[in-house]
Ligand binder design. Sequence first.
Ligand code: AMP
Length: 249
Amino acid sequence: MKVLVAIKRVIDYNVKIRVKSDETGVETTNVKMSMNPFDEIAVEEGVRLRENGSAEELIAVSIGPKQAQETIRTALAMGADRGIHVETDDEVEPLAVAKLLKALIEKENPDLVVLGKQAIDDDSNQTGQMLAALVGWSQGTFASELEVADGKAKVTREIDGGLETIQINMPAVVTTDLRLNTPRYASLPNIMKAKKKPIDESSPADLGVDISARLATLKVTEPSSREAGVIVEDVAELVDKLKNEAKVI
Ligand code: AMP
């Protein structure tokens, strides 16, 4: 089995996001970037399939600027065999990412594609679903458990108020939820080894995909700041404030 994982370079989850003063987006200059946390989980799952003998090859794909190669190197250090970098400096919307991944699927013929359930920068939660629709494959989204055997995948999904277990035919698209696994840290020897692993370079044009934007961001603003609370003397004052100021009772 061949497994492809899609990894996005995003602002590190520890960074306090700053909105640009012209409200066109968020500040990314001199900001620490890392692999999207759900994609680390996708890589870890791929590496485990590779280690338990279910997968023979694990390929990590990232679409983005030159620096996305660093993200691919991280995946290679975690245990992926090779990388594919589709280089572009443009912002790539989920539909365009799905189209690029479809083009790579046609080239690479994987049996399983694992993505994060969402990228923490755009919070779209769309790419995996769009990809499954474009290639006509089964999909198991929000996976918190994955078992692959005999051309089928058993996916336990995190849904409102519980877990749902489904069986889907391969080839399949699976998206990862937080509890699927705990990603490993790459060891120093593996970081060194990863430097020698191959990364194939291409562009959206090479793959014949038009990535022009279909959405326009009108503005990006900070969440409104919370007003300071007040300490009331007694219950009567609290009830009065709830009734006459907040008007909630
Ligand atoms: P989204 O639909 O934008 O929330 O992203 C869901 C998942 O799609 C991410 O967790 C990644 O696995 C994948 N993905 C999105 N954008 C990219 C990208 N530029 N390069 C590689 N994978 C991506």
